[in-house]
Design a binder for this molecule. Sequence first.
Ligand code: SF4
Length: 428
Amino acid sequence: MNDASPIAPATGCRNTPILKERGQREVFCGLTGIIWLHRKMQDAFFLVVGSRTCAHLLQSAAGVMIFAEPRFGTAILEESDLAGLADAHEELDREVARLLSRRPDIRQLFLVGSCPSEVIKLDLERAAERLTTAYAPHVRVLNYSGSGIETTFTQGEDACLAAMVPVMPKTEARELLLVGALPDVVEDQALGLLEALGIGPVRCLPARRADDAPAIGPNTVFALTQPFLGDTHAALERRGARHIPAPFPFGEEGTTAWLRAVAAEFGVPDARFEEVTAAPRARARKAIAAQAAELGGKSVFFFPDSQLEVPLARFLTRECGMEAIEVGSPFIHKGLVGPDLDLMAEGPVISEGQDVDLQLDRARAARPDLTVCGLGLANPLEAEGFATKWAIELVFTPVHFYEQAGDLAGLFSRPLRRRAKLKLEAAE
Ligand code: SF4
C-alpha cells in the first residue's frame, strides 16, 4: 500500500509545542449545528430549550436555507422560568405533546440545551428519559447541549452524535461506521468509493432516518469524516468500537490517505485500490491545480473556529502550495488530527484555544494574504485590508472527498481574487 501514500515531511507538526491560550473568544455556539443536522436527519426534530436570543440565532442562521416545514424550533424560557417561578418541566412536557401530536413524522426528538437552560440547571437528561418513556417506541427523545458556554459551533454536532451512541443497539457484526454528518450527495460518493473497493457493510452515524440507525459492538471499526468529533470518538470507543486513524478526507491527498487507511483495515489489494481511485484522483488533482495557481506562495493564518483548521492547513500547504503562519484551533486532539499534523511540515505556530486580542495582534503583525476566521472577526479584518474566509462556510459547503476538492480550494482562492479586484478598482 505504498504507491501513492503521502510522503510525510522530515519533521511534521505532531511534536510542535502548542501555544495554549485561554481568553476572550469569538465563536458561534453549538446551536448552529442544528442547521445542517436537521437537514441530514430527515425524521428528527431539534427543540432548543432557550431564550429569544437562541431563537433569533437559529432563524437568522437558517434564514437563507429554510424550507416549508422546519424541523427545529425553540421552547422559549420566559422570565418566570428563569426566575424559578414556573415549573419549566411541565411547560416542556406540554410543548412536546403539542409538537408530537401535530407532527407524526417526527421519530427522533432532540432537546437541545442552551446557555439559559444551563444557567438555571434545567435537567434535560431527566426530561429526555421521561419523554422517551411516554412516547416510545415511535419517538426517541435525546438531549445534548448546544450552549455557548465554553464551546465552539461544531461541538453541537459532536454533542448530538455522542448523545446517540449510548442508545445504539449492540451488534457482533464486523461493520464500518462512517461518522460525521455529510451532505447526502457527498456521503453517497464516499459510499460508492467504499463499495467499489469491496468494503462493507458500511453504516453511517448519523443515519438519514431513525429506522436506519446503526448498531455497534466490539467488531465495529469507525472512520471519522470530521475532525471535531472528539466526544463521539470517545463514546464509540466506550462501546467497544475501534477508530481507524487517518488524515481527514479533504483534497486529493487527504481523501486518498483516508481511503487507504480504511482499505488497509479491510485488506483491499493495492491493484484494486489503484483501479478504483485513479480516475477520481486525477480529476481532483486537476480541479485543485486550477485554483492552486492563485493560492501558491500565499500565506494563510487560521483563527480558532471550526476545528477543521489542522486538516485544512495540511491541505492548503501540501496541495495548494500555501504557507501557513498560524494554525489556531479551539481544541487539538492528536488522536484525531495527529495524522494531519504528521503530514504538515514544521513551521507554523500551532495554537489551541483563543485569546482573541493576542491573536489579532499576531495576525496584524504577520499580515497574511488570507485569514480564515469567524464571521465576527471577518468584517473588521476586511476593513483593515485583510482578505478573509468565513470558517463557517467550510461546514455549510460540501468540501469532502475527491469530487469536492476543487470547490474546497476555490473557497480559499475566491477571497484572494475579490481582494485583488477591489485593489484594482481602488487604483483606477
Ligand atoms: S445558546 Fe447561548 S450563545 Fe447560543 S444563542 Fe443561546 S444564549 Fe446565545
